[in-house]
Design a protein around this ligand. Structure first.
Ligand SMILES: [Zn+2]
Ligand SMILES: [Zn+2]
Length: 323
């Protein structure tokens, strides 16, 4: 339970960091106007010359203070630098959620194996009462964190829901020995419940069409929103994620804003896919300027003022809005 004064201004800062050839990371930081952090989430990590996730967390003074770290799946473009982030910014109560990576982990690249070995080492020889909260996800959907507020302020509750495609994956393993790592990936939805409405954020990692289909089937029963204030576009805007457009198209209301990073060697994002996103989302940004072929480190920073329901947008480096 977090206690806030009635009129205290509450903000959410979202960062989407992308690098010059591949790699991305997202941050969700709930804070007061004077930058006191109330709740923070890191989703994935990458580094290239510099680890921008580290730089921003440092700016926010979050050493040993991050509440939730989600490592969506063991592909290097979502993973490099993750050990340093966990080491520096987590504490004994931080929840560390991963895809279901611990079985058969030698199938992943050496750098991803290292992260899994590191996570295993954190609890080696520890009594169950003092173990770190490392949670491999294989349920759909899973409410992995909930923060309640005292009810005086406009903000009432935060719910973090993870989407892990267990049932689909189970079926897949029977048919197909070589599994597509994106299919085991975890996505996360953060619902912020305010006095009169909700503000919804989706961090879709590299989830593919099959996982998004599950989201579609279960959304009504599980209270999963269909309109979002922010969406991190899945799998860098590839053709394998067009089900997300159908999912968002269910409602007459468009989602507010979405952003993607690039995966240069795979030609992502695909321009036709981004065109389709424009029919379901009002504004779309990319961490690189793909129209001018200016690829580099780009950071999209959105700051939501929950009391006024307004948003300010900042673009650092090569990040910009898609025309
Ligand atoms: Zn991936
Ligand atoms: Zn990726």
């Amino acid at each position: 339970m977090i206690t806030l004064g009635k009129t205290e201004a509450v903000h959410i800062s979202i960062y989407h960091i992308g690098y010059s050839s591949e790699g991305e990371s997202s941050l969700f930081i709930l804070h007061t106007l004077d930058k006191k952090v109330l709740y923070s989430v890191v989703i994935d990590c990458y580094e290239e010359n510099c680890n921008e996730t580290d730089r921003i967390l440092e700016q926010w003074n979050l050493k040993g203070k991050v509440n939730l770290i989600i490592w969506s799946h063991p592909h290097e473009d979502h993973s490099l630098g993750m050990i340093d982030i966990i080491e520096k910014y987590s504490n004994d109560t931080t929840k560390i959620c991963t895809a279901n990576v611990f079985a058969d982990y030698k199938q992943y690249t050496l750098k991803c194996q290292k992260i899994i070995e590191y996570l295993n080492s954190l609890n080696k020889g520890k009594h169950c009462t003092s173990r770190r909260k490392i949670i491999p996800l294989h349920h759909f959907p899973d409410l992995i964190d909930k923060v309640e507020f005292n009810g005086k302020n406009i903000i009432r509750r935060i719910e973090v829901i993870c989407i892990a495609p267990f049932s689909y994956l189970g079926g897949m393993q029977g048919v197909n020995k070589t599994r597509d790592i994106n299919q085991m990936g975890v996505a996360c939805i953060i619902k912020v419940l305010l006095e009169e409405r909700n503000v919804n954020f989706m961090f879709a990692a590299d989830m593919d069409n099959a996982s998004i289909e599950l989201l579609n089937e279960e959304s009504y029963d599980e209270g999963i929103p269909t309109v979002y204030n922010y969406i991190k576009i899945p799998h860098h805007g590839s053709k394998k994620t067009t089900n997300m457009i159908d999912f968002l198209n269910q409602m007459e209301e468009k989602s507010e804003y979405a952003s993607t990073s690039i995966f240069k060697s795979k030609g992502l994002p695909v321009s036709e896919v981004m065109e389709k996103y424009k029919s379901v989302v009002k504004e779309i940004a990319c961490t690189s300027n793909i129209e001018e072929e200016n690829y580099g480190t780009g950071i999209i920073h959105l700051d939501y003022n929950l009391n006024e329901l307004s948003v300010s947008k900042e673009y650092e480096g090569t990040a910009c809005v898609l025309k």
